[in-house]
Design a protein around this ligand. Structure first.
Ligand code: ATP
Length: 298
């Protein structure tokens, strides 16, 4: 059974005339990579600030690990809300030494986290010589020092170049695989799609959607097919009455969409009746982007 690690109910925050967060309900399950997705100003940072006790809520409640938030429960959370400040002339290791003292963490963790974020080779270089991506990885290393159960990241790839973005996303996936829950705020749909298992969409402080990335992607726009007899499969696809667009992808598989909603079992039966057995069938889903845009314009 999944365990709820964060439960938010009716959380609200107003700044003067701006309702930054409005009656927010949200649940995050242990082991998920949860994306808080929304355009600028939708209330993501305010929500995270409240959850970490740095911003005062107006009303509503939230529970970490099934309990009212306490200093103890916050120790189980590692977070990067803004670009953290490190000493520019000190090395990565020296900077983490300082953090480990503040957090009362064994020094032996420093090598572990530097290895985990791929900075062990650069451990003794001054922070100021690091690229933005490396600085962000060091920030993540610092958040991981106390071995938290949960990691909170606000726009972790902001300002990075494509390679830096890819590295951080890989690192996030890696950290999730090691068993940690991750909550990630992002305005990038692509990021949520690539990294997250679950997500919620915020719009002007309101939650307008919450669901699993996989399920939200199963819009069934078409199919990807292969068979031991690709020539015959191609022919059958061309002749199928409901076929719309047919192409071959870079894996050599046939990608086909339908004119009208298709009962896949009927299509499958048609192939078998005509002597073609599929070795691969997968659905190509309606992109999350389309759904996200639909949700935002609703
Ligand atoms: N300290 C503050 N004082 C006044 N208004 C604020 C303050 N912090 C946030 N706001 C407003 O609250 C709303 C939500 O802001 P928030 O930063 O939470 O959104 P966001 O989704 O994180 O956006 P971004 O990605 O741009 O930070 C915005 O309209 C913002 O201008």
């Amino acid at each position: 059974m999944s365990e709820t690690i964060l439960e938010i109910s009716g959380l609200s925050k107003r700044y003067g005339r701006i309702q930054a967060v409005n009656q927010l309900d949200l649940q995050v399950q242990k082991g998920s990579v949860f994306g808080l997705l929304g355009p600028n100003g939708s209330g993501k940072s305010t929500t995270l600030g409240i959850l970490l006790g740095v911003t005062q809520k107006d009303s509503g409640d939230y529970k970490w690990f099934g309990q009212e938030p306490t200093a103890e429960s916050r120790k189980r959370i590692g977070a990067i809300l803004e670009s953290p400040t490190f000493y520019p002339y000190l090395s990565a290791r020296q900077n983490l030494n300082i953090v480990s003292e503040i957090k009362n963490v064994e020094r032996s963790r420093i090598n572990e986290v530097l290895t985990q974020v791929g900075l062990i080779e650069r451990a003794d270089y001054p922070f100021k010589t690091f690229s933005l991506g490396m600085k962000q990885r060091l920030a993540i290393a610092s958040a991981l020092l106390a071995d938290p159960e949960l990691l909170i990241l606000d726009e972790p790839t902001n300002g990075l170049d494509p390679q830096g973005i890819a590295e951080i996303r890989e690192l996030i996936i890696d950290i999730a695989k090691s068993g940690k829950t991750i909550i990630l705020a992002s305005h990038l749909l692509d990021e949520v799609q690539k990294v997250c298992t679950d997500f919620a969409v915020l719009k002007t402080g309101n939650k307008i959607f919450q669901g699993s990335v996989a399920e939200s992607l199963s819009g069934n726009d078409g199919v990807e097919l292969s068979s031991d007899n690709m020539e015959q499969l191609q022919k059958l696809c061309n002749n199928y009455k409901n076929s719309f667009r047919i192409s071959t992808n870079n894996l050599g598989r046939i990608v086909m969409s339908f004119k009208e909603e298709e009962d896949i079992s009927q299509f499958h039966k048609y192939l078998i009746d005509n002597g073609v057995v599929l070795t691969h069938l997968s659905y190509i889903s309606k992109s999350l982007e389309k759904q996200f845009l639909e949700l935002l314009s609703a």
